[in-house]
Ligand binder design. Structure first.
Ligand code: ADP
Ligand code: MG
Length: 535
């Protein structure tokens, strides 16, 4: 994590008349001070305390002669470098209309050397991406214009916009984790510097065409050009994603110049309400124990939420057009910058793991491990046991259970599938035993998945044997009955001898048995008969 306050720089726009109303001292190593001297004729009506000079500290102050190249090297290149390593970055230009915001961020159209931060940064980034073959990079571009609290996609390829309102409208969505998503803002892929520059050109063309004197879009709207970069090492599931916002804000000038002594700087209103909200966010962030920051008041502060007091390395360029007429605006721009400099951001490396890539990696790993098993055991393993393996394993389990020797062991080898199957078998056995102990039928071994044929045969034989026994008994009863009847005919004076207990029970047994009986010989064992029929 990189904790850093927002870096502030000042850039003074060239003016024809040498003003002599400011001075820059870049004596210190990491700071410079800009002194604005209020001319005598203005000083009286300017502020209450009649101060004649104002000093502001910046990381660096760039004088009128500073070339675009130098601005890129000092301000943008360090930010682009950290974006390439996976941190978010933002560079925004703030200043009154005509002070050089667009010139600094996008550049001047006349000379190639007037190229601003966006084209130079694109050039630098793509050069770095090409150099680094250790990673796979992808880059996307988006370009958003916010005018009057409405977002417009400047890169929509389907539109030949003639008005700003013709462009697709972009809206803000917030997810449960309070992350901001921009609905309808297209992310255009850019594989080369040229493709990215074409996108910048398309966006700038839309920006220009959409502007009418009525809406004064360039002075009242914010434009956010964003480079989205993702990178990963080949074969790795970790992806780094970072964003670089290059922001050209609306003009910061105030509407009414009251001219009333002492009131100019305190009562002035912003021409642009969202810049007013930006200021409120910045004031809130600069206050120490402030818990609520009013990001949501405007679309621009919502979109730049991370850049202001969040996960981002942010840089502000205060553009100044210091001449007599604009001295108050220049001072207010510098004051704004001083407050911005108090904001502390915490940029983190944006690394995440892509689940799809993890799956691919794990599949590869599983295959490698399977190959290793084949190599070690010499047998090919499927994810389930084959029917053959199952049958063998069940035989082993039955033999193990039948074996009365306490020291006998069950050897299934180093095969987790078999080990898990055995545990499952014993678990079922245990549960069946438990339920039989609490009043169920006698414990049986758990049903194995396939009934063995020899066991079936054993059971059928047993059944047959029982049938035979029943038949023998039935024929015995019949014989007995006949004998009794014969005896009754021969000796009519003798009363019949009851031999099967109470009359009703005996009758019912005989009736039931007569239906199925087929006589066959055998010995007579009345006790066995009693036990069977009573059951
Ligand atoms: P803003 O976007 O702040 O309204 P611009 O960037 O459009 O201001 O600048 C206004 C004019 O001044 C443009 O014509 C621009 O080319 C010119 N300009 C601004 N800054 C510089 C500079 N540093 N060097 C040369 N010309 C500049
Ligand atoms: Mg501009």
């Amino acid at each position: 994590m990189v904790k850093q306050t927002i870096q502030i720089y000042a850039r003074v726009k060239p003016s024809r008349r040498p003003p002599g109303i400011y001075s820059i001292s870049n004596e210190e190593a990491a700071a410079s001070s800009l002194e604005i001297i209020v001319p005598r004729d203005l000083a009286d009506g300017f502020v209450n305390n009649k101060r004649e000079s104002y000093k502001f500290r910046f990381q660096e102050t760039f004088d009128q002669e500073t070339k675009q190249e130098a601005i890129f090297e000092s301000i943008a290149k360090p930010v682009a470098e950290s974006v390439l390593t996976g941190y978010n970055g933002t560079i925004f230009a703030y200043g009154q209309t005509g002070s050089g915001k667009t010139f600094t961020i996008t550049g001047g159209a006349e000379r190639y050397s007037d190229r601003g931060i966006i084209p130079r940064t694109l050039s630098y980034i793509f050069e770095q991406l090409q150099k680094d073959s250790s990673k796979v990079y992808t880059a996307h571009i988006s370009y958003l214009e916010i005018y009057n609290e409405c977002g417009y996609d400047l890169l929509d390829p389907r539109h030949e916009a003639s008005k700003l309102e013709d462009l697709p409208k972009v809206t803000i969505m917030e997810d449960p984790e309070q992350n901001i998503h921009l609905k309808n803002l297209s992310l255009q892929p850019a594989a080369t510097e040229e493709e990215a520059l074409n996108l910048l050109f398309l966006g700038d063309t839309n920006r220009m065409i959409a502007e009418t004197p009525m809406n004064q879009a360039s002075t009242r709207s914010h434009c956010i050009f964003t480079i989205h970069i993702s990178s990963k090492e080949p074969g790795s599931a970790t992806v780094r994603r970072s964003k670089l916002h290059l922001v050209d804000l609306a003009g910061s000038e105030r509407v009414a110049k009251t001219g009333v002594a002492g009131q100019l700087l305190t009562e002035a209103k912003y021409i642009n309400l969202s810049l007013h909200y930006l200021e409120q966010v910045i004031i809130a962030l600069a206050e120490k124990n402030r818990s609520h920051v009013p990001y949501r008041n405007s679309m621009m502060t919502s979109v730049l939420r991370d850049s202001l007091g969040g996960n981002c390395m942010t840089t502000m360029i205060a553009t100044l057009s210091i001449d007599k007429r604009n001295i108050d605006e220049s001072i207010s721009t510098c004051r704004f910058a001083q407050r911005v400099a108090l904001i502390r951001n915490e940029a983190v490396l944006n690394e995440e793991t892509d689940p799809q890539l993890v799956i691919v990696r794990l599949k590869k790993e599983i295959q490698a491990l399977k190959d290793e098993i084949v190599l070690i055991t010499g047998e090919q393993r499927t994810s389930d046991l084959t029917p053959d393996e199952l049958q063998r394993l069940e035989e082993q389990l039955h033999n193990f259970l039948d074996d009365v020797d306490r020291d006998s062991v069950l050897e299934v080898g180093a095969d987790m599938r078999k080990i898990h199957y055995c545990f499952g078998f014993f678990k079922r056995f245990f549960h069946e035993k438990k339920s039989s102990d609490s009043g169920g039928s006698s414990p049986e071994r758990p049903a194995t998945t396939s009934a063995r044929p020899e066991e079936m045969k054993k059971l059928r034989d047993l059944l047959q044997q029982r049938d035979n026994e029943i038949n023998i008994l039935v024929s015995m009863i019949k014989k007995e009955k006949r004998r009794n009847q014969d005896a009754a005919y021969k000796i009519p004076s003798t009363p019949p001898r009851p031999h099967t207990g109470p009359k009703g029970e005996g009758n019912s047994v005989q009736r039931g048995l007569q239906d199925t009986a087929t006589p066959s010989g055998g010995d007579t064992r009345p006790i066995a008969l009693h036990r069977k029929t009573g059951a």
